[in-house]
Ligand binder design. Structure first.
Ligand code: NOJ
Length: 775
């Protein structure tokens, strides 16, 4: 962080804007020439800047600097003052960023720099990880989490966020599954839209908004074998139909930026992929914003083996359409001579500079470079002050993000009374509540499960605690997880013998009426570069669960993890399982709210849970095949794995409630759909239980016969509804031609005539069906 870099903040100095205009104090209206109201004026303004910039100043705008040890403070100030920096990331306070912007105002052109950060699911307040937010199937929740995160980030002087991360992931071995919104093109696209809207508000220029950089373009979630940074090789149909829609949705929602993926796409790294960045992104989709490489990715073109020198790498990247280079020196070192020798035309540089300046313009920085930095006198005395947090909103989002997977004999909700034994390596782990990419979140401000249970039972019952096990006994895994932070390790092993820890936990459990045990993965296990080759709970945790099971006490599992896990034993043996993901700052309170029934679980899985590693991939919307497995028929010569039961452990869209719901058959408003017409599929949903609750009605469509193989089903719409006990409601899903379209083998976006199955259900597996014909 910058604070450690000891930069002197010149508090008395009134911020100066110049650019092409005279100096203006931060809070006064900027001169008209710097604040043109129309796009045409913006163009003229930017053109005039570019016209007066030297080549070195232009190249400077293309540099996005990671603040950290590789760029010491004095050097950074020097670089900014020399006009050699376009933006920075990783410094997150006004106090740290003010002197940097002041340095930019001392540069010859006085072009403001922008400040970015990975505000993915929270800033000071940490919301549930994106996979959790997607589990809410509530776009209001997704948008609000992004809105508050954006506001908090902006009030800490940030102008942009490297989010949302909208990579479809169908392979849970990939550690970054946790950062995305799951496996489904429609759901992830909805989340992408909601997030961008939240981060940017009505405009990224608003002082309380940040510009969203949709990432990672493209297909990063499809790395082979789920191994991070691995290659991606994919048919155009799969790309267009499944993996590309979420990026496009984020851009259509107005995202100002795109971060380019680290992987290659069909043999060409995304960072040097002209087809991806120019033909698809710019020409086909009409994207007008700025592109940034991922960390060091231009340099990595050498390791990909498509560039033999740094000069080559810089040339390939700029030719492909990478506007800004993140955290490498190739543009700085190579572009000047590339341009002077004529190998790279100045027009390419100007084009990239124009995107960067446009983005700064759209962030409102030319109106006022200090619009999010403000005056020193207004700086928060304590950036981590409790008053700056949005605890109530985080608690609400966390309640809605959790998925009830099992609830035998109505074990849940628990009664508030007696003694509850809270056990497990994640029961009191503040840092893990936050999940990965937890931005400026502070672990000591997050509420653990233990604390949440204590608060809920205060004055009404007892909470006892034992850790019971380490997250893993494998020193290699612990070494990996602590590799980057040996001074302050995230995974701290309890030195006691396993047996002693389990004995203690069993003693604690015997003295209680119910056991609540928190197991799963530390946050580092579901992170960038944390690919796994197994998806079960580590042995130490399973041994603990088995010992607790032997006590005969009701066993409630709270799972904290960032990907689907293979939890077969747990499913059979636990009395209840709540999937809490990494629920954020208020996670412990939200879990307790659900366990005690102060809130009713309503989350639904945005990813399929496999039975075993060997089953992967298990995404629900697979293409149809010639020899499918048919339930109730002999499996021989059908597509399945013969040693285990067919199908996933938990299907996409699945999740229980403390109440029950029934659904009528699907009624269609007609049997035929005209090209310009609309049908309505309706169901009546009823709360058949004894308490109010929310559920999600999911609409799937299947193209019965087409010119190319189509998926078994695809999510096309959903509604989350709250119903009082006994209440019923009719839910209408409009169906027009738009929902039937797909990219055919010629990549035409068509709806072909013929029959379609309409399926409606509470998850992707248990559905009711009707059929219509598109004329
Ligand atoms: C690398 C990650 O892949 C990307 O998601 C992130 O935004 C950048 N580092 C910057 O932190």
């Amino acid at each position: 962080m910058l604070s450690t870099l000891a930069l002197a903040a010149s508090l008395a100095c009134a911020p100066m804007f110049a650019g092409a205009a005279p100096a203006a104090p931060a809070d006064t209206a900027a001169p008209a020439s710097a604040n043109p109201a129309t796009a045409a004026d913006r163009q003229a303004f930017i053109d005039s800047l570019i016209g007066r910039m030297t080549l070195d100043e232009k190249i400077g705008q293309l540099r996005l600097i990671s603040i950290g040890p590789e760029m010491p403070a004095p050097k950074l100030m020097e670089e900014i003052t020399a006009g050699r920096v376009g933006g920075t990331f990783n410094s997150v306070t006004r106090k740290d960023n003010r002197p940097l912007q002041e340095a930019a105002m001392r540069s010859r052109m006085k072009i403001p720099i922008f400040f970015a950060y990975d505000v993915v699911h929270g800033h000071r307040t940490v919301f549930p990880i994106s996979l959790g937010l997607a589990s809410s199937w509530d776009m209001g929740v997704v948008e609000k989490a992004a809105r508050i995160s954006g506001q908090e980030a902006a009030s800490d002087s940030l102008d942009a966020t490297f989010a949302p991360m909208v990579d479809i992931s169908r392979d849970p071995r990939w550690g970054r599954t946790s950062e995305g919104f799951g496996e489904d093109p429609f759901l992830v696209s909805q989340c992408a839209r909601a997030s961008v809207k939240g981060f940017q508000g009505t405009s990224p220029a608003n002082p309380d908004s940040v510009m969203a950089f949709v990432k990672h373009f493209a297909l990063y979630g499809a790395v082979e074998g789920g191994r991070d940074y691995n290659t991606v090789d994919m048919s155009p149909q799969r790309m267009y139909n499944d993996y590309l829609p979420p990026y496009r949705a984020g851009l259509e929602a107005g995202a100002g930026g795109v971060m380019i993926a680290l992987n290659s796409v069909n043999g060409q790294p995304a960072t040097s992929n002209k087809w991806l960045l120019r033909d698809l992104l710019r020409k086909e989709w009409g994207f007008k914003g700025v592109t940034v490489s991922d960390h060091g990715a231009i340099d990595e073109l050498l390791r990909h083996g498509v560039a033999s020198t740094g000069r080559d790498a810089a040339r390939l990247a700029i030719e492909a359409g990478v506007d800004m280079s993140m955290a490498d020196t190739r543009y700085l070192e190579q572009l000047p001579t590339l341009v002077k020798s004529g190998a790279v035309p100045m027009s390419l540089i100007d084009e990239a500079v124009r995107e960067v300046l446009n983005a700064k313009y759209d962030m409102g920085l030319f109106q006022d470079p200090f619009r999010r930095i403000g005056r020193a006198a207004d700086d928060p005395p304590d950036v981590n002050a409790e008053s700056r947090l949005h605890r109530a909103e985080a608690r609400d989002a966390a309640r809605k993000s959790m998925v009830l997977l099992e609830n035998r004999h109505r074990t849940l909700p628990l009664k508030k009374g007696g003694t509850v034994a809270v056990i497990g390596p994640l029961a009191d782990a503040q840092i893990d509540m936050m999940g990965s990419w937890s931005a400026a979140g502070v672990p000591k401000q997050s509420v653990t499960l233990l604390q949440g249970m204590r608060d809920a039972l205060a004055g009404k019952g007892q909470v006892t605690y034992a850790r019971g096990a380490n997250i893993t006994d494998d020193p290699r895994v612990v070494g990996y997880l602590n590799f980057l932070n040996w001074d302050d390790p995230e995974v701290v092993q309890d030195k006691r013998a396993d047996g002693d820890m389990i004995d203690e936990a069993v003693r604690v459990a015997r003295g209680a009426e119910t056991i609540v045990v928190a197991v799963g993965e530390t946050r580092g296990m579901s992170h960038e570069a944390s690919s796994r080759s197994s998806l079960g709970l580590p042995g130490s945790q399973l041994a603990l669960l088995k010992a607790l099971k032997r006590t005969g006490k009701p066993l409630v599992l709270v799972l904290m993890n960032g990907r689907p896990l293979t939890i077969n034993w747990e499913k059979e043996n636990a009395d209840a399982i709540l999937e809490a993901w990494y629920p954020g700052t208020e996670g412990g309170h939200a879990i307790a709210d659900l366990l005690f029934g102060d809130a009713n679980p309503s989350g639904k899985l945005p990813v399929t849970f496999p039975r075993s590693l060997g089953q992967i991939p298990t995404y629900y919307n697979a293409l149809r095949i010639g020899r499918p497995f048919t339930p109730g028929k002999a499996p021989n010569y059908t597509s399945q794995y013969f040693e285990e039961e067919y199908g996933p452990l938990y299907p996409f869209g699945y999740g229980l409630s403390y109440t029950t719901f029934s659904m009528s058959d699907v009624r269609l408003s007609g049997a035929k759909l005209a090209r310009d017409g609309q049908l309505t599929a309706s169901v009546t949903v009823k709360n058949t239980g004894d308490r109010a609750g929310e559920t999600v009605l999911q609409l799937y469509l299947q193209d019965v016969m087409a010119s190319t193989v189509r998926p078994v089903k695809e999510l096309k719409d959903f509604r989350k509804v709250m119903l009082a006990p006994g209440e019923s409601r009719v839910i209408d899903f409009p169906i027009g031609e738009d929902k039937l379209r797909f990219y055919n083998t010629s990549l035409e976006y068509v709806a072909e005539p013929g029959e379609f199955n309409v399926q409606v259900g509470f998850d992707s597996a248990a559905v009711k069906e009707a059929r219509f014909t598109l004329e």
